[in-house]
Design a binder for this molecule. Structure first.
Ligand code: R5P
Length: 279
């Protein structure tokens, strides 16, 4: 059985009602709840944007289904907090573990997600007490790039070694990203000091693929670095596109094309994920 949250309405027809109480608390209502009793349920609900609100809403839906003994698989294409799986300095929260643990406790028997940052490969995993099926959008992104270019001649590059698994099965190469300390101020952000590589790109079309484009810092630096060679065209792609800090406009200026999947709705979402999630 399928349940679809309103925040998935661009892909599937919603059948869960989510409203706000006047004070801002979230109200979740599942019609005919008893029909889900003891059933296998796939719950399509995004955990981003508005991650803290969307995560709490997920807890409410999962718990409601748990009360009638449903066995719920949560289908959320992007897992927030997945970049905080390790401590960079003592005293930091291990947010990825906390979130997975809480989703499991709330009633998620499994999470189906795409290119989860800390897993770094496709497959079935258990993390923070939560079973996770991680699916990669890399093949779809590469096929899309070939359509955009109108030819098959394409070199795939990842901008850091964490994303190497996205390109390694396609003869791709990876750059090395070096981040510095956290910068001063209210935002928790570690600046990128440099990108290094030990390969050349000569007279080839290039597709740079990453799991996500957030502030765009990584992708912009990767394009600028590869432009020092004589590449024909440079395209940029990611599974998850946030495009914070006006980075979509900046990437359009420096590259020959930019696209993502619709895991997070955004103006560059050209690759549909529904078949991946159902498969
Ligand atoms: C981190 O290693 C990720 O794979 C991405 O490279 C990173 O999160 C992208 O963030 P930003 O767009 O802010 O550079």
């Amino acid at each position: 059985m399928y349940l679809v949250s309103p925040n998935f309405s661009d892909i599937l027809k919603p059948n869960i009602e989510i409203k706000k109480f006047p004070d801002g608390d979230t109200h979740v209502y599942i019609e005919n709840l008893s029909s889900y009793q003891g059933e296998e349920v796939s719950l399509f609900h995004r955990l981003y944007p508005d991650q803290n609100d969307s995560i709490f809403t997920a807890f409410l839906i999962l718990d409601t289904l748990k009360r009638v003994g449903a066995r719920t698989t949560l289908v959320s294409p992007y897992l927030p907090y997945s970049r905080q799986d390790k401590k960079f300095k003592e005293g930091e929260a291990l947010s990825a573990q906390v979130l997975c643990n809480m989703l499991s406790k709330a009633g998620a028997q499994k999470l189906v997600t795409l290119d989860c940052h800390f897993l770094k490969k496709e497959g079935d995993f258990e993390y923070g007490g939560l079973k996770i099926k991680n699916i990669s959008a890399n093949k779809l992104l590469i096929e899309h790039a070939k359509k955009v270019l109108g030819e098959d001649d394409l070199e795939v590059i990842s901008p850091d070694q964490g994303a190497d698994y996205l390109v390694s099965d396609f003869g791709g190469k990876s750059m090395k990203k070096i981040r510095g300390e956290y910068q001063e101020g209210d935002e928790a952000y570690r600046k990128i000091e440099k990108l290094e590589r030990d390969f050349d790109i000569k007279e080839k079309n290039v597709l740079i693929i990453d799991d996500m484009i957030s502030t765009g810092g990584t992708m912009i630096k990767a394009v600028e670095n590869l432009k020092q060679d004589s590449a024909k065209k440079i395209l940029c792609a990611a599974t998850h596109g946030f495009f914070l800090k006006n980075s979509l406009e900046k990437l359009k200026e420096v590259s020959d094309g930019i696209f993502t999947t619709n895991s997070i709705p955004n103006p560059a979402a050209e690759v549909d994920i529904l078949e991946l999630l159902k498969g």
